[in-house]
Design a protein around this ligand. Structure first.
Ligand SMILES: [Zn+2]
Length: 390
């Protein structure tokens, strides 16, 4: 255990703690300042583990802890160097981030966690890691208008399922008992929405937006065809709906709830897609050493079919309480560090108490590099209170 150099705090015994993770990139954890921050979060706040990004979507991140490095820009992909044999069985080979191999940052980050007695879990994007859809266009999601996603692979392809299995096995090789949080598993052409989310409600309502992201690639088409669904009709109905929206043009007001009634075959088509996602999840679970946690912004119905462990992202204290009340027993909650500053400390304490009362399995605060000093005290109070309530 590291020395408490400034003597301003004492270590918690973490065994009776609600699992409380901080999400981090490996490069944050290995920088001296990042490690110091982690040490403080562990000792003072009571963080019990680190959720390390292992397979990421393309990103730009401020490297707060290493002033010389400034920003880290990455095409994403694996943030560690896999064994050469890990992806032998897969036609899709992973993108590997340069800095991951250069500094062996993942292995060093694992050492840091081990040194401080922190649990480790990996966070992995399976379908959107490292611009894979751009490199393997033949496996990319394609929407009803024929536009191909440059961002998201479609899980209906057997090759994508194989890749996902290899990724899970590769992470197990890296650290056998680590839990795995899979993000971005519900495929879709989100990047084909064409307009920023914050504005598009004027042009497309939520149903129309969702339809524009549905995949109609060959693999999806034959999957649904085997279920007896008239895919041509579903596709035509989606095209009509989007066409009507384009003819209608921008609305005077945002429409969040309205939307056309879906044709009968539409929900059935979506259901086959969700089954595919559940299958992908099972593939990952079978190859993974530790428990697999399904993290998704808003697709809880998939997770319910595939796993008991679901991580839900909340962006406000109100959501925090709502989510914990609705999903007793089976969920984890992840929230941005900003919530500890933007909200009143007392509200965060109440929210975390509600989460504990609802028997959440764990809590994650995002993200190590973005946790301001001002958040430490509210976080500490909230965790202390939640700990008392356990
Ligand atoms: Zn597809």
């Amino acid at each position: 255990m590291a020395a408490n150099t400034d003597q301003t705090w004492t270590f918690f015994e973490s065994s009776d703690m609600l699992p409380f993770f901080v999400e981090a990139y490996p490069f944050d954890v290995i920088s001296p300042a990042g490690e110091k921050r982690l040490e403080r979060l562990h000792g003072e706040v009571g963080i019990t583990g680190v959720a390390l990004w292992a397979s990421a979507t393309p990103f730009s991140a401020m490297n707060r802890f290493d002033k010389g490095a400034g920003m880290v820009q990455s095409s994403g992909g694996l943030l560690y160097a896999p064994q050469e044999s890990d992806f032998e069985a897969s036609r899709c080979k992973p993108t590997i981030a340069d800095f991951a191999t250069e500094h062996d940052s993942m292995r060093r980050a694992l050492d840091v966690c081990d040194h401080h007695g922190l649990a480790v879990r990996f966070v992995a994007s399976v379908l959107r890691g490292g611009g894979m859809a751009d490199r393997y266009g033949e496996f990319a999601a394609i929407n009803a208008l024929g536009a191909k996603s440059r961002d998201c692979l479609c899980p209906s392809h057997a090759d994508v399922q194989t890749y996902a299995g290899c990724l899970a096995a590769s992470l197990q090789e890296l650290k056998g008992d680590a839990e795995l949080v899979v993000s971005d598993m519900v495929a879709g052409c989100d990047d084909l929405l064409c307009i920023p989310r914050s504005y598009d409600a004027v042009l497309l309502d939520t149903v129309e937006q969702a339809l524009l992201t549905w995949c109609f690639c060959d693999a999806c088409t034959s999957n649904a065809g085997r279920e007896g669904i008239d895919v041509a009709e579903v596709k035509a109905a989606v095209q009509r709906t989007i066409g009507d929206a384009i003819d209608r043009g921008p609305r005077d007001e945002c429409a969040h709830d309205a939307g056309p009634a879906m044709d009968e075959a539409m929900p059935a088509y979506w259901a086959t897609h969700l089954e595919t996602v559940a299958g992908l999840f099972e593939t990952v679970q079978a190859k993974s050493g530790g428990e697999v946690i399904f993290a998704e912004e808003n697709m809880c119905d998939v997770a319910a079919a595939s796993t008991a462990a679901l991580q839900v992202f909340v962006g406000s204290l109100e959501e925090f309480e709502d989510v914990s009340e609705e999903n007793e027993g089976s969920i984890e909650i992840a929230f941005p560090a900003a919530l500890a500053v933007a909200g009143e400390a007392a509200d965060l304490t109440a929210a975390l108490k509600a989460a504990v009362d609802a028997d959440v399995r764990g809590v994650t605060v995002r993200h190590l590099g973005m946790i301001p000093d001002a958040a430490i005290t509210p976080l500490k109070q909230a965790v202390r209170f939640a700990r008392r309530a356990v």
